[in-house]
Design a protein around this ligand. Structure first.
Ligand code: KE4
Length: 430
């Protein structure tokens, strides 16, 4: 495969951008190769700087549930562009978007838009602390909530891949207010939440983990979390940056029927443009400035181009049958993937819910961060490179998700499955 242009771009990029990328996982360090630079994308396909075509299962890390360059999204952004790019003043599109988001996400009565998932989660925990007057935040090992200081303790995406247990630059007195406990462990959860030495403001969780690879929680665990936080007056925050508008129109909370107090959104909500959001009960959200004392702001929050893209995305996924069709397509893919894996001598574990899944190179169930860390990342790296050679673009990390989009055609999915079978066969010969 000719990668001349990507190689030249990467060499130049490394001179002017840390690691040559604007987000660490894109550097492909954990899969043993240099990154390819994307020139354009359409539907289920990305095309790199050298013209190589790949079937894309990263989907920009989740946003591309419609596939790339969806005509309705493109048209909406072009129309908005003709009116200007940013005003720093309220617009009708923000009101329409907020109304549609609150109508779609069951627990949301009010929502505030920001420009990234990190902004959404950091604002949500500030709100929880301001509302409760307490400081402690409980998170779960392997869950990633963006790169705000409070979260960089044994996080998942990026950090787990790079093996950084936290991060330099995060002051100790920030970390002392964040406690990370094992995912899916009811006993430790109850012991921690009932510890009256801890002035717990909130618990933040990915209701399906996507940043240590995909891990679906035990429903008893998630239900217990909801019961305990309600009983103890602790704010429960669902970080649905990945699962929002992915697992159902109303995200994981709709799919599982478990309602958080606050929800964080990102990725899909922006249709590929920078949008994050946090929202929930009016009683809590009314503590946010300017109505309330908890401060949060953003120059480009509710940006008209991003709102246009988000609205076009929302109107498309709200069409009858959208999620059912995506679910059925994902069912077929996952069933065939499981059959292929079962025939291979290479030990793998497939964790999947809806249109998100991870094939772990390990031989035991993956139900928490420690189990995920047993995966053979070198073997995943070989798999990644072999799949790239077959024209399939997977996440450059064992600890991320494979996403099926509405744009993936049966032929593209067949090609991917054939490539996976070939890759596993090669791995078993290695
Ligand atoms: P952003 O700040 O990257 O928009 O969102 C942070 C975030 C928050 N919560 C969850 C559950 C997330 O998955 C993320 C970001 N996800 C990673 C990949 N899983 C983004 C990829 C990257 O860092 O480049």
């Amino acid at each position: 495969m000719n990668t001349t242009h990507s190689a030249a771009l990467f060499e130049k990029a490394c001179q002017v951008i840390p690691g040559g990328v604007n987000s660490p996982v894109r550097a492909c360090k954990s899969v043993g190769c240099d990154p390819l630079f994307v020139a354009r994308a359409e539907g289920g396909i990305v095309i790199d700087a050298d013209g190589n075509e790949f079937i894309d299962f990263v989907g920009s890390w989740g946003p591309m549930i419609l596939g790339h360059s969806h005509p309705d999204v493109t048209k909406a952004v072009q129309e908005a562009l003709a009116n200007g790019t940013s005003f720093g003043a309220p617009t009708a599109s923000e009101v329409e978007m907020a109304d549609l988001v609150c109508d779609s996400v069951p627990s949301m009565e009010k929502v505030r838009f920001v420009s990234s998932g990190t902004e959404a989660t950091m604002s949500a925990i500030r709100l929880a602390r301001g509302y409760t007057g307490r400081n402690m935040v409980i998170k779960f090992d392997g869950c990633y909530h963006g790169h705000a200081d409070s979260f960089l303790v044994k996080a998942g995406s990026g950090v787990a891949t790079l093996g950084i247990p936290g991060s330099p630059g995060v002051p100790d007195d920030i970390v002392k207010n964040t406690l990370s406990i094992p995912y899916n462990n009811i006993e430790i959860l109850e012991k921690t939440l009932r510890d009256d030495q801890l002035d717990i403001a909130c618990v933040i969780i990915e209701p399906v983990a996507g940043n240590m690879g995909v891990i679906v929680p035990d429903m008893a665990f998630l239900q217990k979390l909801r019961e305990l936080t309600a009983e103890l007056g602790i704010i429960l925050i669902f970080d649905e940056v990945i699962t929002g508008f992915r697992l159902a129109l109303g995200g994981a909370q709709e799919r599982f029927g478990i309602m958080p107090d606050l929800t964080c959104l990102g990725k899909i909500i922006g249709g590929g443009l920078p949008v994050g959001a946090y929202g929930g009960k009016k009683e809590i959200m009314d503590h946010i400035a300017p109505d309330g004392p908890v401060y949060q702001a953003g120059t480009l929050s509710g940006n008209p181009l991003a709102m246009a893209a988000g609205l076009a995305m929302l109107k498309t996924v709200r069409k009858p049958g959208f999620y059912q069709e995506l679910e059925e397509k994902s069912d077929r893919f996952a069933e065939r993937l499981a059959e292929i894996a079962a025939k291979s001598s290479i030990p793998t574990v497939l964790n999947r819910i809806g249109s998100m899944m991870t094939c772990f190179f390990t031989d035991s169930p993956v139900t928490d961060f420690d189990a995920a860390m047993q995966a053979d990342t070198d073997r995943y790296g070989q798999h990644f490179r072999q799949m790239l050679d077959c024209g399939i673009w997977l996440a450059p990390s064992q600890f991320e998700a494979l996403f099926i989009s509405a744009a993936h055609t049966p032929e593209q999915l067949d090609k991917a499955l054939t490539a996976i079978a070939t890759s596993l066969a090669r791995l078993s010969e290695a």
